[in-house]
Structures are given as C-alpha cells and as structure tokens.
Design a protein around this ligand. Structure first.
Ligand code: 5AD
Ligand code: SF4
Length: 469
C-alpha cells in the first residue's frame, strides 16, 4: 500500500491566509453561517471543520437559519433518499435568494464528488455560489473568498485523496466528539458509493491522532469517537506499521477520565487481537459496531464483503466470551440486495437471532450509479422488500427488548449527557453500549461519569437510579 499523501503546510497556510483576508473584510458586518449536514458521523465531523473555517473567516454560527448570511449543504449520497432531500432543500432556497441577493449558498460533500454531479448541480441551481467536492475541504476559504467577491465557484477534483492536518474545528459538543483516524475506503463493497467519493483508504499518523486526543482530553472532552470507514485497517499504509489495536492502547494509556469509541469495524479485518484490546483497555467502550449487512453467504459474496456468516458469528462469540454482558453489538443490515431471494433473506433473520444485537441500522438496498451492484438484475419489487424489512424490524424489536431486560439490576458506568425525558428531574446518561439510562439527578451531573443501577427497562430507555459511592 502506498504511503498517505499530505496536503503541504504551504497549501494549508494559503488557505488560512484566504480565511484571514475574508475576516479582515467582513469583521464588522456581523455575518452568520448555517451548515446543513446530511449522512454519517464522518460528514458531521467535516461540517465541524467547515464551521471552524467559517469562524476563522469571521462568521458566527447563526442562531436562526432563516437569518443566516451563508448556508452550506454538506451532502451525502449513500442512498437515494439522502440525495432527494438535498435537492428539495436547495430548491427551496431560490425564493430567499431572490428576496436577498446577498445570501450566499454552498453545496459540498460526497454527493458533489460523484461523476458530473457537481457540474450538473451548478448548472441546475444558478443561485448556488459555491460547489466543491470532498477533496477540496481544506481549500474552502480560497473558494469562499472568490465567491464572496461575486465569482461563482465550482471545484471537484477526481483524485485518490489526501490528508489535511491543522484545519480548525468548531465542535458541536463540549464533552463528546470525533476525530478521524482514516479517510476513504478500499473495500469496494459492490453496493457502496463511498470508495468512489471518499477516495483511497489513508491513515493519519499515530502521532497526529495522539496529539489531537491529548488536546481534546485537556479541553475536557469525555468521549472521543475514532472515525474511519474501516477502522480495523488503520495503519496498513504507515511505516513503521501501527495497528489499530496499538493505536487504541496508546490512546487508552493517556492520563485522564475519558471514554474511547470507534466506528466502523469491518468483519473481514476485525482481529481477535482487537477484541482482546477492547476487553483489556478500561477506557475503550465495550461497543462494537460490526456491520454484517446480510446473513447469506451467496449474497455476502456478491456484495464482496470478504467473510461468511459463520466467520462473522465466530467473531461475535469470541467478543462475547471476552467481554460478557458488558459488550454491546450493533450492526448495519441491507435488505433486498439485487438478486436476493426471500429464502436467502431468511438467513439474515437467523443471523440477527444469533447475534443478539442491541440495535440495528437497517436499509433497503438503494442502487448507486457507478457501483457494480447497480448493474445487477434486481427483480424483487420495492414493496416486497419493504415487507421483508418489516419482518426484520419486528424481530429486532423483540431482541432489543430482550436485551434491555437482561440489564435489570445491573450497574453501568455512564456518561451523563443531558436532560432526561421521563420527568423534569431526570437526566439522561449513555452506557458504553450506547444504551440510554435516565435517572433522577441534578443537572450538575451533566458532563460527568456516574454509576447508575438499572431499575426498570422500558422500551427504548432504561430507568435507573444513581448509585452513591
Ligand atoms: N443501499 C442501501 N444501504 C447502503 N449502505 C451503503 N450503501 C448502501 C446502498 N447502496 C449501508 C450499509 C453501510 C451503511 C453505512 O449504509 O449498510 O454499512
Ligand atoms: Fe462502503 Fe464497504 Fe467501504 Fe463500508 S466498507 S464504506 S460499506 S465499501
């Protein structure tokens, strides 16, 4: 694998210089921005970087979207539904732009990186000022500067992708946050558009990840989620090689009271060493988001997933043996991959029963232009797939409820994240496995770890009681 390519410090400096020039121009105008983010946590984190750059350009976050001076859509193209929503929302801004020509509008993210999509959108919506792809993120201030001076700007480069260090980040939360460890994906699952819009897999240097983690801990963050399309293959492109397990151990060894999360794990690269590491590192949340997508071996092969249902189960059994009831497993599942039969779908249901996941993220297959699966025969109707989906959801609901019952009487170390919904005097906390526990407690507990005992499992939330030390 080739070494990751970094954006040069000179290019980052040029981008920062553009931000400074914009700031000098707008500093006393009180301008505001609003970011509309679609899709996964990776995109959400990119939006935090866009926010960081906006603030460097002297813009403040708009309290009210309808009053923002700059609106940017950070798009997602993983499924068709996400795309349709974006088009609808951009179209709805035309009237506002007619009324207020000063309003600036931007569109960026994965959808713009698809073949011709950026160019077409630029043409179709002439009131959009800036369009750029995922490879352009670090250059955003340069593009913004041009657009601010009245020049509509379109930038989408088709390339393998680089790593840009040193971008400003304006984080949405003060206690729970993300950091990328890898970008891009090399797996080319046949249904998936991500490798085409996010480029080749590349790892950040361990020293950069560690420095950021240290800073986040010093800033008071209590939960750090390590992000990558396939975190398990972290470091394959680094010399000397650093494995994901080694990286986890190094972060776990940093001083401070915090929790480490990570996503997404790919079953084909998930090693027993990683599961041992999770079990052995007290700061690593015992939560494994390990998408199996499907339970039928023929379909898994057609998806190019690189494992069988049996191999997946072997990992799950190993993880459960190592981490016991502390472990929470979640997964993504695709229903109705082209050519999948109802009999084959039954294998997914069987796997769902055996895995006993806390929750599932379920999707009906959505053809993505340019992927191999989009060219496969897909004879089953959407209506029929929706029926299969309902079956899957009913089964998982029952399993999730059973899982919740298992926790009655258990005590969890939880992170108290905000106000609860069960009553005025309740606060809400999250377990390692992302279960929500609500308990009666003072607002001053928000932002801290507490031990909470489960009193009553409700449908989607556990009711608990603060355990006094
Ligand atoms: N159709 C439906 N679901 C998809 N996913 C990715 N591509 C598609 C598609 N074309 C799902 C997978 C993946 C999750 C992020 O989105 O389950 O794990
Ligand atoms: Fe898409 Fe597969 Fe890569 Fe995940 S691992 S981003 S599903 S290609």
């Amino acid at each position: 694998m080739k070494e990751p390519v970094f954006v040069s410090p000179a290019e980052i400096a040029a981008s920062k210089a553009a931000a400074k020039r914009v700031k000098d121009e707008v500093y006393d105008l009180g301008l505001t921005y609003h970011i509309e983010s679609y899709g996964c946590q990776m995109n959400e984190h990119d939006s935090e970087k866009i926010a960081g750059m906006m603030e460097e350009m002297g813009y403040a976050k708009a309290e009210d979207k309808s009053k923002a001076d700059f609106i940017i859509f950070n798009t997602c193209c993983i499924r068709e539904h996400a795309e349709q929503r974006v088009y609808g929302n951009i179209g709805a801004l035309k009237k506002r732009k007619d009324e207020n020509p000063q309003l600036m509008i931007g569109v960026c993210g994965c959808m713009m990186q698809q073949k011709d999509a950026g160019r077409q959108l630029f043409k179709r919506f002439p009131f959009v000022d800036i369009v750029f792809g995922t490879n352009e993120l670090y250059r955003f201030p340069l593009l913004f500067e041009e657009a601010y001076h009245g020049e509509r700007t379109l930038q989408v480069r088709d390339m393998d992708g680089e790593i840009a260090e040193g971008l400003p980040v304006c984080r949405n939360s003060t206690f729970s946050t993300f950091t990328n460890i890898t970008y891009g994906c090399n797996n080319f699952c046949t249904y998936c558009i991500v490798p085409y819009v996010r480029g080749r897999e590349r790892s950040r240097q361990a020293c950069d990840v560690l420095a950021e983690a240290k800073q986040l801990i010093a800033d008071g963050y209590k939960e750090i989620t390590l992000l990558g399309q396939n975190v398990n293959s972290y470091g394959k492109d680094l010399t000397p090689r650093v494995t994901f397990s080694q990286l986890l151990r190094q972060i776990n060894d940093l001083p401070g009271d915090f929790r480490i999360r990570f996503m997404t794990s790919h079953p084909k690269d998930c090693t027993k060493e990683l599961l041992d590491t999770m079990a052995e590192c007290p700061k690593v949340a015992k939560h494994l988001h390990l998408p199996f997508q499907c339970g039928n071996d023929r379909v898994l092969k057609a998806m190019n997933r690189g494992y069988t249902a049996e191999q997946y189960l072997e990992l799950v059994h190993y993880a459960k043996a190592k981490m016991g009831s502390a472990l929470s497993i979640t997964s993504d599942v695709i229903v109705g991959f082209p050519g999948e039969t109802y009999e084959e779908f039954q294998d997914t249901l069987s796997l769902v029963k055996e895995v006993g996941a806390t929750s599932l993220f379920t999707f009906i297959y959505s053809p993505r232009q340019g992927t191999p699966a989009a060219k496969m025969d897909d004879p089953v109707s959407h209506k029929e797939k929706a029926r299969w989906m309902a079956e899957l959801l009913a089964l998982q609901e029952q399993i999730s409820a059973e899982q919740m019952q298992l926790h009655r009487g258990e005590t969890f170390k939880c992170f108290v994240s905000g106000k609860g919904k069960l009553g005025d005097n309740y606060v809400a906390a999250r377990t390692d496995g992302n279960l929500i526990i609500e308990f009666e407690g003072d607002d001053s507990l928000i932002g801290s770890f507490q031990n909470v005992k489960v009193i009553e499992p409700l449908t989607y939330v556990l009711r608990g009681e603060l355990e006094r030390n």
